[in-house]
Every structure is written in C-alpha cells, then in structure tokens.
Design a protein. Structure first.
Length: 459
C-alpha cells in the first residue's frame, strides 16, 4: 500500500464490529487504495504519504458498510399492492403481474432498489431474481449492469422456477423455465459474471426459488451445479406455516429435512426467512453452518411470524439482515432493518434480552458478510479488509441527545449518511448518490411501473 492514494478520516466515533467489538470514542481510519490500512484511537499517524483527502468526521459514527443478504429488485415496480395479504395470497395476487416483466422494467427496478439501499448505507447488495418469462430479454445482465453503475459490491443469486400452475405451483406456465433450461442459464450466468477474487465487485450464486415453486430435481441438481462451479447456494426456507404443511404433505418431512435430503444444508448455503424453525432445525443449521437472511419487516408485512434469531445466534448459526423484495417491504432500506430486527425480536420469547444494539449492528454488517461468504473481505473495519464503510451523522436534532452512538444509530431515527465508500470509492455524499441521477431513476421506475400495470391489466 506504500504507493496507494490515501484518505484519512478523523475525529469520529468508530464501531469496528471486529471479533472483539472494538470501538473508539474518538478515532481515525486510513483508506489506502481499496483497502483499510489503519484504524485506531486518537489522531491519524503523522507523515502519511499520498494523502489526497482528509475528512473531519466530528459528530459522526463510522461503521462497516451494511450488507444486504436477501432482496428481489424487480418488485420495486409493484410496491403498494396486495397490502393486506399473507404470503401465499400475496403471491397469487402478484404472480400474474410479475410474469410480464421485461428487461427495461427489470433494469429500472434494479436501479431503484440499489439506489435506495446505497443512499442508506448499503455497500454490499444482493438480488434473488427468479422470474424469467419467455422472451423477456437479458434480465441477469441488466441487474448486474445496474449494480456496477451504482457502484455497490454485488451478489446476483440467479434464481429459477420450474413448477408452474400446471404442476400445482403458483406462477403462470409461461413465467417458469424447464429444469434443463434453468440449469443451463444459471451455469452460463456464473461463467460469464462470477468473480472469485478477494476484491470482487460481482459474484453469482445458484438460487432456485423455494420448495413450492421448484422441483426436487432442480434443487438437487442446482446444489450439484453450484458446488461444481465453486459458488454459493441460496433459496427461501421455512417462511410460513403453509410451507411447512406443504413439505409434509408432498415430501413427508419438514422443510429443513427436505433441504438436507437434496444437498441444501452447508456452509456454502444461506436461506431467506427461516421463521418456522424448531430446535432440531436450528441445530441442523448450526451443525452445517447454513446461513440465514433475517427479513423482519417483510416477515411482519406478510404476517409470517417472528424468526428465532436469538436462538440461532446462540447455537452458532450465521445470520445477516435482508430487505426482501419491496412488494413486501416498501421502504426498500436496510438501515431501518437494524431497528426493526431488534424491536420485533423483543416481541418473541426472549423479550428485552432478545437482541441489543450492537448485536443488531453486527447482523447488518459482519453477519451479512459471513452469510454471503465474504466475511474475510468485508463486514468489519480492520486493516487489510476492503474499504467498504459508512459515515453516519449523529449530531443533529434526531440523535444529538443520545450519548452512545451505536444506540443512536440502532434505536434512533434513520440516521443521515454523510459519506459511503465502496472499495475505497465514495458513492454517497450528504445523503445523495454520486454515481447515478436519483431523479432520473425515480422517473424511470415510475414509468416502468405504469407500463407494467397497463400490460398486466390487459391480461
């Protein structure tokens, strides 16, 4: 890093979220190129070379960038619909509309989803995209291009469905792929876009949608494909009581046992929701190091229930936070999920001892990085890690009277983002994106939402 250009951030509170939860009431952080070079208490060392910028971060808390572990970007253009439905009724209501998406719609929706997250402190995003209607264009390419231009680190979970209405599934027949087509398209996406390097900006996972929308063979062969290509696996699991009933009726076992029978437990796997997990399910996830994407707002919006996050953490299950699709979490923000995860889990069996502020912050940063398989590279502020970090402004009316900055961030109102860095590059300044025109993105999402609504109304 000797010749790298340096950015020095000083006079700020720092929550490193390292293994010891090291914090500094007043400290500094040095970025060299795309890496964190140093972090510590007091002022930055004298004599640093190639310092191109010094940031006086008085009144700020610096944390690792937030890591989103579950999302469906395309839903940005179907927000505000089916607002009083449970999961299955919501899916039945929306699949006929989703089945008519095309590349321009997905491009606009991805840009809207990414912009909303990035301006709120997300530095690593993911998208579980599983709706590929025939003739809809290069949807995966559009999503990856949008993430690259927004400037966030990104994982595309290339989803798929092969169980349509004619097979007893929910999606229309023309909105699903064949087993062979889904596997071939997924393999092609991995080979074209996945980067396995330490500082990769784009990675791809294999991600059949859910037990009730894919065949057993797609799950089994999808797992085999992912492991042959050396990439991770993602799906929905144990989201509702209806799903558990479905698995028992169709497969003679619960979701966790079914997943294990198809090769879908392991340290290279993470699942969204995991709301309805018994003790043996949690033990199986802990034993195999299977990860969980906890989506508190979506789970509440769809009345799915309260995931047993405290029990998962105690057992050693890797847990991160997810926005989930914005048709079931209209805000589209992850920093609000820090607060929602803490509050919703306190409604469960553990009450006030369920989660604290620092545990919530860890879920949204290092926990998420672990779940995505990137805990060695990002998720905490440590020398040698990638320079993905956020400066939260905490000296305004909304937070100034809260003495502890981490408590202010998690318990307080959504904090303004003064600066967000990804890979050492600043992408947000004073709450606005530097990489894209937010107003243009808003216009395109509105236009594509209206176009989709017209097409869907025509049947």
């Amino acid at each position: 890093m000797a010749a790298a250009q340096r950015i020095v951030i000083e006079n700020c509170s720092i929550a490193t979220v390292d293994a010891d939860d090291t914090e500094y009431a007043s400290g500094y952080l040095v970025i060299a190129g795309n890496r964190i070079e140093a972090v510590g208490a007091g002022r930055a060392p004298e004599g640093l070379e190639n310092v191109v910028r010094r940031v006086d971060a008085t009144g700020h808390l610096v944390t690792p960038g937030l890591v989103n572990t579950h999302h469906h970007f395309y839903q940005w253009i179907t927000r505000g619909l089916a607002t009083d439905h449970n999961l299955f009724d919501w899916l039945v209501a929306l699949y006929p509309t989703w089945a008519r998406i095309d590349e321009p719609m997905v491009d606009a929706a991805a840009r809207g989803s990414l912009a909303m997250m990035a301006r709120g402190g997300v530095t690593t995003a993911m998208d579980h995209h599983y709706v590929y209607p025939r003739g809809s264009g290069d949807l995966s390419g559009a999503i990856i291009r949008a993430a690259r231009e927004t400037g966030v680190r990104f994982t595309l979970a290339r989803g798929s469905m092969d169980r349509s209405e004619k097979d007893g599934g929910l999606p229309p027949d023309f909105a699903v792929e064949s087993l062979e087509g889904a596997l071939a398209a997924t393999e092609a996406t991995v080979k074209e876009h996945h980067d396995s390097s330490f500082d990769a900006m784009t990675q791809v996972a294999v991600a059949p949608c859910s037990p009730f929308s894919v065949s057993t063979e797609l799950l089994r062969q999808g797992a085999e494909l992912a492991r042959s290509l050396g990439v991770r696996l993602h799906t929905h699991g144990s989201e509702t009581v209806e799903e558990e009933k479905f698995c028992h009726e169709l497969f003679g076992m619960g979701p966790t046992d079914y997943f294990e029978s198809t090769g879908w437990l392991g340290e290279d796997v993470w699942m969204a929701h995991c709301v309805h997990m018994n003790d043996s399910d949690i033990a199986a996830f802990a034993r195999t190091r299977t990860g969980v994407a906890h989506c508190p707002s979506s789970n509440a919006r769809l009345a799915a229930g309260i995931a047993r996050v405290p029990d998962m953490l105690k057992a050693g299950v890797p847990v991160g936070l997810g926005v989930d699709g914005t048709a079931s979490n209209e805000s589209g923000e992850l920093h609000t999920e820090l607060r929602n995860a803490l509050l919703i889990n306190r409604l469960g069996a553990h009450r006030e001892a369920a989660l604290n502020a620092r545990q919530a912050l860890r879920l949204g940063t290092h926990g998420g990085a672990q779940v995505l398989g990137r805990g060695a590279e990002t998720g905490s502020l440590e020398p040698g890690k990638l320079a993905d970090l956020v400066l939260w402004k905490l000296d305004t009316l909304a937070h100034a009277s809260i003495a502890d900055p981490v408590t202010a961030l998690v318990f307080g109102a959504a904090a303004p983002v003064t600066a967000s860095f990804v890979n050492g590059r600043q992408i947000v300044e004073d709450g606005r994106l530097l990489t894209v025109d937010e107003d243009a993105v808003a216009r395109s999402t509105r236009d594509e939402a209206r176009r989709l609504a017209r097409i869907a109304a025509q049947g």
